[in-house]
Design a protein around this ligand. Structure first.
Ligand SMILES: Cc1cc2nc3c(=O)[nH]c(=O)nc-3n(C[C@H](O)[C@H](O)[C@H](O)COP(=O)(O)OP(=O)(O)OC[C@H]3O[C@@H](n4cnc5c(N)ncnc54)[C@H](O)[C@@H]3O)c2cc1C
Length: 468
C-alpha cells in the first residue's frame, strides 16, 4: 500500500496550487488524486457533443434536486479551470469584513503576496482592446452610453487564438488553467499525479488517513487536503462520517441577449472579455450586488439555454448569429445544502428567495436598457414567459423557481471555514485533515473566484508546511 506525506484530492483551483506548494518541500511525498482524466491539447477536440460529457461533472447535467439551478463544474486534471472562462479578479477587499462575521480572519497582506504569485504563474493580463469580440463590444457600448461603469476583464491566457472554445478546454495550450500551470509545477517538484482515481471515502489511521479509492485501492497519508470542489468535497466528508454540507452559496447566473440587425457571430472570439460593475457590491461599489459579464457559447450550449420549446426555440436559434449575451453573477443571499442520497449520491438543495430573484429581475431590466441603448432592436431574456422584450420588464415579472433559466458556475461552501473547518481550513475535530478549495468559502465573494481560491490554498499549504 502506498504511503505519502500528503495526499491532495482534486487538481483544480484549490488542489493544484496546494499540491505545488507542498511538493516544493516534500517532493514525491505528495500525491494528487484526481477523478478526471489528464487531457492534453490534442484531446480537446472542440466537439461539444464529445467534450461536455467527458470533462463536465455529471456530463454537464448536474443541478439542484428541484431542477431549478444547473450547477457547472469540471471533472479532469485542472478541475473547473479547464473549462472556465479564464477571467481573473483579485479578491475583493470587502472579504476581510464579510468573512470576519464567520470568525474567519483574513491576513490581507499575506493574501496579496500569494495573489501576486498566482497571477505570475497563471500569466494574468488585461484582455487587449483588439481581443474584445463583436458581442462583448456591444455590452461595453451600451454601458458607456448609459454612463455605467464597465471595464475590459483580465484573463490567464497567453497567445490566445480567440477560437471561442474556452468552455470545453483550450486546444492551443494558451489558457493557463491549472493543468498547464500549477499541476506541471507540482509534478516538476516531484508530486505524483494519480489521474482517473476517485477518492470514495476517508478513514482515520492513527494521526494520518487512509484514502479509499476506486482504481488505486487504499492510499495512506500523514495529511490529507480535500480539494474536490463544492459538491464533491462535502460528499466525501459526509461519506467519511464527518459533518459537512451546510452553508452552500452560489453566484446565480441568468442571461439576456441583445438582438442586433448586423451579424455578430458571438461564438467567434473570446467568449467573456468585458464586464459591467455598476451593480456590484465589491471594490467599494455599493450596488445591489451583482456583476455583469459578456458571454457567448457554442451552438449546442446555446440551444439548451433559452426557456423555450418548439417554434419559440426555432425563432431563437434563427437569431443566434445576431445575439450579444450577458450573464449575471448575483452574490446570492440564499443558503443551500449538500446531503447524501442513495448510493452516497450528492443531493443539492438551494432555495429560491426574493432577495435573489429581485436582483435577477433587476438584471433583466438593466440589460434590456443596456442592449437597447447599444442599438439592439429587441432583447431576449432567459425567462419562461417574457422572452423577446422591447422595454424593460416590470417589477411584477414573476421569478418563480423553474420559471426562468438559472445556473451557477461558481458554487461555494459546503465545508465552510468557521463551521466545518476552522478559520484556516483544518477540519474541526480531526487531525491532519484540511479543506482548501471553494467549498471552504464561508460566503460567496461576488467575483470570479479562481484567483482567490488558489491564493488561499497556497496560504493553507504554507500553514501545513509550517506545522501550524
Ligand atoms: C463554465 C465555467 C466557467 C467559469 N469561469 C470562471 C472564470 O472565468 N474565472 C474564475 O475565476 N472562475 C471561473 N469559474 C469557476 C472556477 O473555475 C471554480 O470556482 C474553481 O475552479 C473551483 O476550484 P475548486 O478547487 O474548488 O474546484 P475544481 O476546480 O472544480 O476542482 C475540483 C477537482 O476535484 C476533482 N474531484 C472531485 N471529486 C473527486 C474525488 N472524489 N476524488 C478525486 N478527485 C475528485 C474534480 O474532478 C476536479 O478536478 C468557472 C467555472 C465554470 C464551470
Amino acid at each position: 500500500m502506498s504511503r505519502f506525506k500528503a495526499i491532495v484530492i482534486g487538481s483544480g483551483a484549490g488542489g493544484a496550487p496546494a499540491a505545488h506548494r507542498l511538493a516544493e518541500q516534500w517532493g514525491d511525498g505528495v500525491a494528487i488524486v484526481e477523478a478526471g482524466k489528464h487531457l492534453l491539447a490534442r484531446d480537446l477536440n472542440q466537439s461539444e457533443r464529445e467534450m461536455v460529457p467527458k470533462i463536465y461533472a455529471v456530463a454537464g447535467a448536474q443541478g439542484t434536486e428541484d431542477g431549478s439551478v444547473s450547477i457547472l463544474q469540471g471533472r479532469a486534471v485542472g478541475g473547473s479551470t479547464l473549462i472556465n472562462d479564464a477571467i481573473c479578479f483579485r479578491p475583493p477587499p470587502e472579504l476581510v469584513d464579510r468573512w470576519s462575521a464567520y470568525g474567519v480572519k483574513l491576513d490581507w497582506d499575506a493574501l496579496m503576496t500569494e495573489v501576486a504569485v498566482v497571477e505570475e504563474v497563471m500569466q494574468v493580463s488585461e484582455i487587449p482592446r483588439t481581443m474584445i469580440n463583436a458581442a462583448n463590444y456591444k455590452l461595453g457600448l451600451g454601458a458607456a452610453r448609459l454612463g455605467w461603469h464597465g471595464e475590459r476583464l483580465h484573463h490567464n491566457s497567453v497567445g490566445c487564438v480567440q477560437c471561442g472554445y474556452r468552455h470545453i478546454g483550450c486546444s492551443y495550450n494558451a489558457k493557463q488553467s491549472m493543468n498547464l500551470s500549477f499541476v506541471p509545477k507540482a509534478l516538476a517538484a516531484g508530486a505524483q499525479l494519480l489521474a482517473e482515481t476517485r477518492a470514495l471515502s476517508l478513514s482515520p489511521d492513527g494521526d494520518g488517513w487512509t484514502v479509499h479509492t476506486d482504481t488505486q485501492g487504499d492510499l495512506k497519508a500523514d495529511i490529507v487536503v480535500v480539494c474536490a470542489g463544492v459538491v464533491q468535497t462535502p460528499r466525501l466528508l459526509l461519506a467519511s462520517g464527518i459533518e459537512a454540507g451546510s452553508g452552500v452559496q452560489l453566484h446565480l447566473s441568468t442571461v439576456a441577449w441583445g438582438d442586433f440587425d448586423e451579424v455578430l457571430d458571438p461564438y467567434n472570439g473570446i467568449p467573456m472579455s468585458y464586464g459591467v460593475l455598476e451593480f456590484a457590491d465589491v471594490y467599494g461599489r455599493t450596488g445591489p450586488g451583482y456583476v455583469v459579464e459578456g458571454i457567448a457559447v457554442q451552438p449546442v450550449a446555446f440551444s439548451v439555454q433559452p426557456m423555450a420549446e418548439g417554434d419559440a426555440t426555432e425563432e431563437i436559434l434563427a437569431r443566434y448569429r445576431h445575439l450579444a449575451g450577458a450573464l449575471s453573477l448575483v452574490r446570492s443571499k440564499a443558503r443551500g445544502s449538500i446531503r447524501l442520497g442513495p448510493g452516497n449520491r450528492p443531493v443539492i438543495d438551494y432555495p429560491t428567495i426574493p432577495e435573489d430573484t429581485d436582483r435577477l429581475r433587476h438584471f433583466y431590466q438593466r440589460m434590456t436598457e443596456l442592449y437597447l441603448a447599444a442599438g439592439a432592436k429587441r432583447v431576449l431574456l432567459a425567462h419562461g414567459t417574457e422572452r423577446w422584450v422591447t422595454k424593460p420588464p416590470s417589477d411584477d415579472l414573476p421569478m418563480i423557481a423553474g420559471g426562468f433559466y438559472q445556473y451557477a458556475a461558481h458554487p461555494f461552501g459546503g465545508a465552510c471555514r468557521g463551521t466545518t473547518t476552522d478559520a484556516d481550513g483544518r477540519v474541526v475535530g480531526q487531525k491532519n485533515l484540511w479543506v482548501l478549495d471553494g467549498s471552504a468559502f464561508p460566503e460567496a465573494p461576488g467575483v470570479n473566484p479562481q484567483i482567490t481560491i488558489a491564493s488561499l490554498a497556497r496560504i493553507g499549504a504554507g500553514q501545513i508546511l509550517a506545522g501550524r
